[in-house]
Design a protein around this ligand. Sequence first.
Ligand SMILES: [Zn+2]
Length: 245
Amino acid sequence: MQITETKTVTETKEIYVAPCLKCGSADIKLWDCGYTEGNVGGGVCKECGHEGKQGWIGSSPSKEQLAGIWNAANDIDTLITAENTKIEASRRTITELESLRRERADAAARKGNLGAKLQHVQRLKEEGAALAEKANDAAQEAVELQRATEVEAFFESFKLSVTLSIERGELPKPYALEEGEAYQHLGAWDSGMVAKLNTGQSKYSPQWKALIDWGAGNGLKVDCLYTWDGGGTRSWHVLTVKPMP
Ligand SMILES: [Zn+2]
């Protein structure tokens, strides 16, 4: 013989309820109106009265459902994700509209006289040139960033060399800026290099200032001295440190 038994299983679940977006309070009451049709529910902040609710939610909603409604209007990460989704949708719409504009213009140009067609070709050329310029700017920016990184890496290696020498109880070796990328970018053959770095006229003044500040923070005065060979065919700079006076 077989019999059946029905039992209700009680399940306990942790439900996340976001703090109130308006006042930050974590004291949130989840509620619903209890209507059988056209029910309204969500959450309300007990601190400031801010509500996060939704209509037409069905009768006897679960706490999880109510928390979901509240969180959608109050959880910062959820809100950011929702805004990003809107941005994505707008971007797609703009791309579609732009291609529609192009199609319409193409269609109009095909119908027009030679003057209209020529105008269309000119516009396309202008658009192409504008795009190429944009790409050029981006490429130039990448090059500048790369150079700044190389100068920074050079200063970092100097800092490391100074630190290791002093900690080993040795005198820091003068650090010559006479070849390599940093030499090129900084224009280290030019006797005016340090003045340009000091007065913000060099692109790398921020990196230089960071080096000076690092020295000052460690009780060191960083100096950069201009020097040249006997024949006067080559010139460069040498980085040194001395104790702060
Ligand atoms: Zn509140």
